[in-house]
Write a protein that binds this ligand. Structure first.
Ligand code: FES
Length: 178
């Protein structure tokens, strides 16, 4: 399984070493976010979303700190993170690929498009390439069902994508600097 290490990330997100202490900047960030929402358990989704936006993902150490700071069971935090697809406990790539496998896209060939992305990138859905360039996820609907199969890469919508176009699409993002 290819998995990027946040500790070696060249981006501006704080580096988190698995199993190690959280960087002070992350502890402070969590404290600020939780304080802003008065540590309200009903704001847990918003809090996790804001922390993920800042950190890039939600590793175990971050979930533990959120639970500690909010004085709620860690199981509650895990429950929310595992329920909502928008949360990830793994680092994401510089380019985020979301392949729709909703019904409309599925019947138009989404599984073959997804397989082509997996073989082209050498990873399975849910993973990130070793060079942290791409992460690949499956989503249930992107709200553009008439354009299926639909794949979003970063903010771009790729409509009616055919498997044989996947290599050139990947190549375009691989060489882009954004
Ligand atoms: S099912 Fe794919 S966009 Fe709706």
């Amino acid at each position: 399984m290819a998995e990027a290490s946040a500790a070696s990330c060249a981006c501006s997100k704080p580096a988190i070493v698995p199993g190690g202490p959280l960087p002070e900047a992350v502890v402070t960030l969590i404290d600020q976010v939780v304080t802003r929402h008065n540590a309200e358990p009903s704001s847990l989704i918003t809090i996790l979303h804001e922390v993920q936006e800042a950190v890039g993902y939600l590793p175990e150490e971050v979930l533990e700190q959120v639970a500690r700071r909010m004085e709620i069971p860690l199981a509650d935090v895990h429950g929310v993170v595992s329920f909502y697809a928008l949360f990830s406990m793994k680092p994401k790539g510089r380019h985020r690929i979301a392949a729709c496998k909703g019904t409309a896209c599925y019947v138009r060939g989404a599984p073959r498009v997804l397989e082509r992305f997996e073989s082209e990138l050498g990873i399975k859905a849910g993973d990130t390439t070793a060079d942290a360039e791409f992460s690949l996820d499956v989503v249930r609907c992107l709200g553009a069902c008439g354009l299926g199969p639909v794949v979003m890469i970063d903010e771009d919508v790729h409509a009616r994508l055919k498997p044989d176009r996947v290599p050139s699409v990947v190549k375009r993002y691989r060489s882009s600097k954004s």
